[in-house]
Design a protein around this ligand. Structure first.
Ligand SMILES: NC(=O)c1ccc[n+]([C@@H]2O[C@H](COP(=O)([O-])OP(=O)(O)OC[C@H]3O[C@@H](n4cnc5c(N)ncnc54)[C@H](OP(=O)(O)O)[C@@H]3O)[C@@H](O)[C@H]2O)c1
Length: 280
């Protein structure tokens, strides 16, 4: 079969893909067949939904978060679905954890093609001017700086593969601030700046970078917004589609952005927010 393919008029990529499939022993199916993907903060919520979808579309996915028990649970759940998933602890704010994540992907899969930077924190609710220096530092360290430093680590490995795709999870709060979450809103706007800046720098290296801006998605992280009925109802009024989003609403678009179908798309932000106002 291989020889027949090699001597036929089939494109070289088809042969390459088949060879990769054989060398990993995995089933190479889907738009992300045999790509290697890292997804941070992927043991629940939006990150877990993205990890599952990338794996369903053929990628080998390394999931991660701060707690070993959460990693073990997420990996077990996805492996029972016959997906190619492994995991390890990675607190994105710790330099040694970020490096371990890269090393694990290289050791387990021999390279990195996709990074989804999804981790964020929000330790503060109140008036923006009441946020302390510690609050600003924590939010910017995790939400912005860690994303930039992780991207710095993956880029050389993507270059070795001839290119790659990065998706940064921002928020609709980047455009339309959530009340009481000032420093978080600002950090999410900063991620759009990071996306634009890096799109220019990484484009010539065949690495694309886009952002996802979810609206109100039903997760633990957003529960303070939707468990308060008055606030939840108020937010719902801004949505054209009158329901809250689910994590799976965010996953297909990320898979698309990482796929060859999006090969000419970089520096963009896709808003997944039920039509809530997000720009002009
Ligand atoms: N839900 C929404 O409405 C909404 C809207 C817009 C944007 N977003 C964005 O979507 C992303 C995911 O949020 P989510 O709603 O899916 O949250 P979630 O369901 O609460 O999940 C949070 C995940 O992050 C992990 N995590 C927390 N801190 C981490 C750190 N420092 N390093 C690594 N992993 C960490 C958690 O696991 P461990 O506890 O084990 O670390 C968990 O897996 C965030 O960037 C958030 O800003 C969410």
């Amino acid at each position: 079969m291989l020889r027949a393919l090699a001597s036929s008029a089939q494109p070289k990529q088809a042969l390459g893909r088949l060879l990769r499939m054989n060398s990993t022993g995995a089933k190479a199916r889907g738009t992300l067949a045999d790509k290697v993907a890292l997804v941070t903060a992927s043991t629940e919520g939006i990150g877990l939904a993205i990890a599952r979808r990338l794996a369903q579309d053929g990628a080998h996915v390394v999931v991660s978060s701060r707690k070993q028990a959460n990693v073990d649970r997420a990996v077990a759940e996805l492996q029972t679905e016959n997906l190619s998933v492994s995991g390890l602890v990675c607190h994105v704010g710790k330099a040694e954890d970020r490096q371990r994540l890269i090393n694990a992907a290289l050791e387990r899969h021999g390279g990195i093609d996709i990074l989804v930077s999804n981790a964020a924190v929000n330790p503060f609710f109140g008036s923006t001017l009441d946020a302390t220096e510690e609050v600003w530092d924590k939010i910017f360290d995790i939400n912005v700086k860690a994303a930039a430093l992780l991207i710095k680590l993956v880029v050389p490995h993507m270059e070795k593969r001839g290119g790659g795709s990065i998706v940064i999870v921002s928020s609709i709060a980047a455009y339309s601030p959530f009340p009481g979450l000032g420093p978080y809103n600002v950090s999410k706007t900063a991620l759009l700046g990071l996306t634009h800046t890096l799109a220019s720098e990484l484009g010539p290296r065949n690495i694309r970078i886009n952002a996802l801006a979810p609206g109100l998605i039903r997760t633990k992280f957003s529960s303070a917004l939707w468990q308060d009925k008055t606030m939840g109802d108020k937010l719902m009024e801004t949505m054209r589609i009158r329901r809250m989003g689910e994590p799976t609403d965010c996953s297909g678009i990320v898979s698309f952005l990482c796929s060859p179908d999006a090969d000419y798309i970089t520096g963009e932000t896709v808003v997944v927010a039920g039509g809530a106002p997000s720009r002009l």
